[in-house]
Design a protein around this ligand. Structure first.
Ligand SMILES: [Zn+2]
Length: 282
């Protein structure tokens, strides 16, 4: 019994002319390409294919998809092997990312984590071809799909609007100096009085078991007065750099902040604040 998965070649890989290298890595992982489609990505593909992350609940995720993909060429490779195609596709993905990534959002390929994601996402891309359709789950409304992160903290109601989020995120996404691309060291949130920065809290590992919306939602919930822009800057920087402190202050205040974030699914450590002069790797 053969097993199938897929890889999506992202716009930046097509732009950089990396396709033949990617085909080679896919072949090296023991996968045969059985169907191949190049098309222009549309927001609708992600609304359906990622409907386990519904747009009305996770608008930031979909705004990022839109900025990253919409109107740009992508290529879908339906791949096949004897056994465990998803594992082989994830291995190919890891190798390609390791060899060719040029930053957090320049990671060249996507592959699904599970059979559920494979069928749902393939259905969202709707290539119209019989071979891909046979493996896909076709849905017409995103409201029927079981949600991937049903326990996470949502963004506040007034921010749960894709247009409002787009207004915040598009200028930052399009600015080459912004934290999405330059990954500098943002100032941590001060939870104690000025000058109290003996302890800080850091993300322990990339928290990909929550959506971006949940992660930003948790920061806004834990730090009253924080803006959406500030929360996203701290979060996206901390997800990509282990030395970016989320919050700083006395040990007690930092530990309280850490507990509040841990309750909402973020895994954080409290450590003495790193010396700026010694720890600044900009
Ligand atoms: Zn196909």
């Amino acid at each position: 019994m053969t097993s199938q998965s897929y890889l999506l070649i992202k716009p930046e890989a097509i732009e950089c002319g990396l396709r033949s290298e990617i085909y080679e890595s896919v072949k090296d992982a023991g996968l045969n390409v059985v169907c191949q489609h190049e098309f222009i990505a549309q927001p609708r593909h992600f609304e359906l294919g990622w409907s386990d992350l519904r747009k009305d609940l996770h608008p930031l995720e979909h705004v990022v998809f839109e900025l990253w993909f919409a109107g740009k060429p992508v290529e879908l490779l339906l791949v096949e092997t004897e056994h465990h195609a998803h594992q082989a596709a994830l291995l190919a993905k890891a190798r390609i990312r390791n060899d060719y990534s040029r930053g957090a959002f320049r990671n060249m390929v996507h592959a699904p984590d599970s059979d559920f994601e494979f069928r749902l996402q393939l259905g969202g891309f709707d290539t119209g071809c019989p071979r891909c359709s046979a493996a896909a789950t076709r849905i017409t409304s995103d409201h029927d799909t079981p949600q991937a992160f049903s326990g996470g903290t949502l963004l506040p109601e007034e921010l749960r609007n894709p247009d409002v989020i787009m207004e915040h995120v598009a200028p930052i996404w399009n600015d080459p100096q912004s934290y999405f691309w330059s990954l500098g060291t943002p100032e941590p949130w001060q939870v104690s009085g000025p000058g109290e920065r003996a302890y800080s809290t850091y993300l322990r590992y990339s928290p990909y078991d929550l959506s971006y919306d949940n992660l930003v939602g948790a920061l806004l919930d834990s730090f009253p007065g924080m803006t959406f822009g500030r929360a996203s800057e701290l979060l996206f920087s901390a997800m990509n750099r282990s030395d970016v402190a989320i919050a700083t202050g006395t040990r007690t205040d930092v530990t309280l902040a850490q507990r509040s974030l841990m309750r909402q699914g973020l895994n954080l450590a409290v450590r003495p604040t790193r010396d700026k002069a010694a720890g600044d790797h900009r």
